[in-house]
Ligand binder design. Structure first.
Ligand code: MN
Length: 501
């Protein structure tokens, strides 16, 4: 899958609000200012997508037409709205009611400083964002427009980054609309948290989830030739450290050839069907010689979303995170909180999975090795093994509470790995905020899943924007979390969602 094409096919549209009261002489100046702002925002190194100045809006009909075009245009991922002058906001009601794409209200002004010595009434009439944007803010609040607000001068790096971070989520959101998740087999039997309402998910997030027999995948795998598999193996030698027993002439070479067939076959299946994410389950492996863990790692490395044991919510979430992180991704993966280190002076979590952790996290070149796996009842599976690079990260999950989806976001820090000579899986050691005991209790109180999206690139603010676009509940666990406040927050949220539904 080509994550780059998702960005190439997307634009953010920028509209500037004004009115006719000041005469039209200033319109050309306002346009010029708007152009400059768009060029500055688009040109910032953090911005992954073109922000295009479209037009000045000064009448109710013009506003309705412009936002209608933004709504229907296939390339438009979202709109940035800015009031250079006062733009009486009743003019905006009809237009704002017609747009459901991501909206960012940029509260900036063209001049950074007040020219204290030269300021006159003409300057005041032109540079009116300070109150023009308040009039506009009122109507978006009154209408309940789902929007983000970024305030500050557009030349500031922090403002450019906030706009760029939002633009990434807007592109991710656009991608999710119509995105397809393939589910091989169903759920791991009796597991609760990986279940959920797929129809509601499609209504809220935009992606569809459909089931396929593992035999559909087996056909693709079996049709990969030995020659093609050998070519894949060559490319593994260029990109990873392949254990000698798996190389040509080695005792386990055929296992790597078969893993390469799974890799090639799975990608062909996903490409043919236009899928961006998928799930597997080790309770439905009929026709496969080994668990496709290595192929799952390879797919995630290419940007596909993955969820183990039928976990379609996490599969879609991993893909969304990969799109949001694109071009800037220092590691984004499916993850599982596996086991704890409760040392009071150095407490942490070991994050891993049976096999499926994305090599984008690897601190060094991953090793490809073959080891037995006491689950699934198949031949020993090939897998990539590595330690994850240290640094700040986010662990996040989405659960289905029955009447709403809930996103739970925990800020964590990955630390230097330890020697784990007898654990042949990819892994990460995490210290959650505010501390392991509070974070784990908070996560449990919130009903957070054992499966997560672990990312070093997508921020908790970006996940919150995504959750607001989907109009779902958000619970954040970070350095300010106290369990008493979290309990109250859960109660209040429950009331809010139940009253609203
Ligand atoms: Mn699992």
């Amino acid at each position: 899958m080509e994550l780059s094409s998702i960005y190439k096919e997307s634009q953010i549209w920028f509209f500037t609000g004004t009115q006719h009261l000041y005469g039209e002489d200033i319109f050309s100046q306002i346009k010029e200012h708007s152009q400059t702002i768009c060029e500055t925002l688009s040109g910032s190194p953090s911005c992954p997508v073109k922000i295009v100045f479209k037009s000045l809006l000064s009448t109710p009909d013009g506003i309705y037409r412009a936002l209608g075009e933004a709504q229907t245009d296939m390339s438009c991922a979202g709109v940035v709205l800015w009031m250079h002058t006062f733009s009486p906001a009743k003019m905006w009601i009809r237009g704002l009611k017609s747009i459901s794409k991501p909206v960012l209200h940029l509260h900036t002004q063209f001049n950074r400083d007040i020219p204290f010595k030269s300021i006159d009434m003409d300057f005041m009439n032109l540079n009116q964002s300070a109150h023009g944007d308040r009039e506009f803010g009122f109507i978006t609040a009154r209408l309940g427009v789902n929007r983000e607000v970024v305030a500050g001068h557009y030349s500031e790096e922090s403002v450019q980054r906030k706009v760029a971070d939002w633009a990434r989520v807007a592109v991710g959101w656009k991608h999710l609309q119509g995105m397809k998740v393939a589910r091989f087999g169903d759920n791991m039997r009796e597991v609760a948290v990986t279940e959920g309402d797929k129809v509601e998910a499609q209504i809220k997030f935009g992606y569809s989830v459909n089931g396929y027999g593992v035999s559909d995948l087996v056909r693709y795998i079996d049709s990969v030739s030995d020659i093609e598999a050998a070519r894949f193996v060559e490319s593994y030698c260029d990109n990873y450290e392949v254990s000698s027993d798996l190389l040509k002439g080695g005792a386990n070479h055929q296992s790597l050839i078969y893993a390469a067939k799974q890799d090639a076959g799975l990608e062909r299946f996903l490409t043919d069907g236009g899928f961006s994410a998928f799930t597997t389950t080790f309770e439905d492996l009929e026709g496969l010689d080994q668990l496709p863990g290595f192929a799952c790692q390879r797919m995630m490395e290419k940007g596909y979303g993955f969820g183990a044991e039928g976990d379609w919510k996490t599969a879609a979430f991993v893909n969304a995170a990969k799109v949001i992180a694109y071009g800037n991704d220092t590691g984004t993966s499916f993850m599982e909180d596996y086991t704890y280190h409760f040392d009071p002076l150095d407490s942490m979590v070991l994050g891993a999975h049976m096999l499926e952790v994305c090599p984008s996290l690897a601190a060094k070149k991953p090793k490809i090795e073959l080891h037995p796996l006491g689950i699934g009842g198949k031949n020993s599976p090939v897998r990539m093994i590595f330690d994850s690079a240290p640094g700040d990260a986010i662990n996040a999950t989405i659960v289905d509470m029955g009447d709403r989806f809930r996103m739970i976001i925990n800020r964590v820090t990955a630390v230097e790995s330890r020697e784990l000579p007898k654990l042949p899986v990819a892994r990460v050691l995490l210290k959650p905020q505010p501390d392991l005991e509070t974070a784990a209790a908070a996560w449990i109180l919130a009903g957070g899943a054992h499966h997560t999206v672990y990312t070093k690139s997508v921020t908790s603010e970006q996940f919150s924007i995504l959750a607001r676009l989907a109009d779902i509940e958000i619970l954040s666990i970070d350095s300010s979390t106290s369990l008493d406040s979290l309990r109250n927050e859960i109660r209040w949220n429950e009331m809010y969602f139940r009253m609203r539904n």
